[in-house]
Design a binder for this molecule. Structure first.
Ligand code: AMP
Ligand code: GLY
Length: 444
């Protein structure tokens, strides 16, 4: 029998049979954070869960705190005053800004990488140079802070070629160029026109790779990496991969292209060498490591790292996880991940994102969403909220991506059927979704 005991704020937390009653604060307001709150709240170790700032769905599983994601002083003061034991940071911006460092300085345990380690996501040049120094497979590249040199590199290497802003650009800082003129224009767009502000002061120009794209996630405690799962996202806004790129219109896990043998290769050639490289350079990585990979003819190659869970991949992953996520997050923060084992539900999970019409461009907020309870009652479906808020007793849309309808089933095809059954019960004329989430896995 697990026994709950109160504890003093601070660490370490013993992950034994005696369960300490913990207060957890999640930072963020998206579907990813709803899924994290939902999963953490199920832990017998979780006594109270808060989320800053949260959304209308998170409000049903956690106490929402009216603090902005970038109000770092406010977040730290809240965590100290409320004796929070663990802070879980969802989005990349506060990680890159050093929120985890600030929390740890204040004596609060935090899940996520330090600012220096989060450069794996925050600076593509840092990531590429690390790969080069440690023989981690990635596309050949050049790193430039001066347009003429970048253009010379393009002239020598020829198109197709990829131009990337070095810094965070909200997922928009990558331009695939079919010919050299497009590549020169991309350089001017980033460096002269400063389309992504200072994120484009430096650019990476890299070899164009072909293959199947896949995401792979692992938990890391500084030394040890524990694989989570693979997933595939759907970035373009519309069916068939048409339209502008978004943060992700749907995802499923696991990705059939990653069987056990491929997962082992990814761990051995990419994830473990990265963890070792970061530790050996004095920047131990703690948190979730999200690798964007291309499975090429020569094997997996790293396209990008993210220092956080994917959104919406996290939603599909959290409903698939049988084990206690809170134990695993604590172990990451404390460096005891080698003691953790993760069990997963058999089969697949799939998330369909509902977004406000107009997203990823301009859209209207404040439209009412009905039918959420009916959708949530579909067997093995969870409706995660992203951009929603309550106005009186109504749920209204308040963002681009608004809901992540997530279903579990024996395989991707069945999960898709279930998810769309729930989607069809949602009454929100101002929203849209793709109707083909999961096509790649089903085609296989
Ligand atoms: P990234 O943010 O670096 O993952 O890039 C965004 C998207 O651009 C990826 O999801 C790929 O579809 C594409 N991409 C990035 N780098 C390459 C590359 N070297 N070769 C081909 N496609 C790429
Ligand atoms: N779904 C893509 C991302 O989280 O970056």
């Amino acid at each position: 029998m697990l026994q709950k005991v109160a504890r003093k704020q601070g660490w370490p937390v013993k992950l034994g049979k005696e369960i300490v009653a913990m207060k957890v604060l999640v930072i963020g307001s998206g579907g990813r954070e709803h899924a994290l709150c939902w999963a953490i709240a199920k832990s017998p170790r979780c006594d109270e869960i808060y989320c800053a700032p949260g959304n209308a769905g998170i409000d049903q599983v956690a106490i929402c705190v009216d603090l902005a994601v970038d109000d770092y002083d406010g977040i730290i003061a809240y965590a100290v005053d409320n004796r929070v034991d663990l802070v879980v940071v969802g989005p990349e911006a506060p990680l890159v800004d050093g929120l985890v460092d600030k929390l740890e300085t204040a004596g609060i345990m935090a899940f996520g990488p330090s600012a220096r380690a989060a450069r794996l996501e925050g600076s593509k040049g840092f990531m590429k140079d690390l790969c080069a120094r440690h023989n981690i497979p990635t596309a050949e590249y050049g790193r430039f802070d001066e347009p003429e040199a970048a253009k010379e590199f393009i002239m020598r290497h020829r198109a197709p070629i990829v131009v990337k802003a070095d810094g965070l650009a909200a997922g928009k800082g990558v331009i695939i160029c079919r010919n050299e003129n497009e590549a020169y224009a991309a350089i001017d767009h980033m460096m002269a026109e400063r389309a992504f502000g200072e994120a484009g002061d430096e650019v990476i120009v890299e070899e164009f790779m072909t293959g199947e794209e896949v995401s792979f996630f692992a938990l890391v405690d500084g030394e040890t990496a524990l694989p989570l799962r693979s997933a595939q996202d759907h970035k373009p806004a519309f069916d068939g991969g048409e339209g502008p790129n978004t943060g992700g219109m749907g995802a499923y896990t696991p990705a059939p292209v990653i069987d056990d043998a491929m997962a082992k290769i990814i761990m051995e050639t990419i994830i473990n060498p990265t963890v070792k490289a970061m530790a050996s350079e004095g920047i131990p990585y703690k948190g979730v490591l999200y690798a964007g990979l291309m499975i090429t003819e020569d094997g997996p190659s790293l396209m990008e790292y993210n220092a956080r869970f994917g959104d919406p991949e996290c939603q599909a992953m959290m409903v698939s996880l049988k084990s206690d996520i809170l134990d695993a997050l604590i172990a990451c923060a404390q460096g005891t991940l080698r003691d953790i084992r993760l069990d997963w539900h058999k089969g697949a999970a799939l998330t369909v994102v509902l977004a406000t019409t107009g997203y990823p461009g301009r859209y209207e907020s404040g439209t009412e969403i009905k039918g959420l309870d009916e959708a949530g009652r579909v067997k093995d479906v969870v409706v995660f909220h992203a951009g929603t808020r309550m106005v009186g007793d109504k749920v209204v849309a308040s963002g681009g991506r608004v809901l992540g309808v997530t279903a579990c089933a024996r395989n991707v095809a069945e999960a898709k059927k279930r998810a769309y059954k729930a989607v069809n019960l949602i009454d929100w004329p101002e929203g849209f979704c793709r109707s083909d989430i999961g096509w790649r896995a089903i085609d296989r």
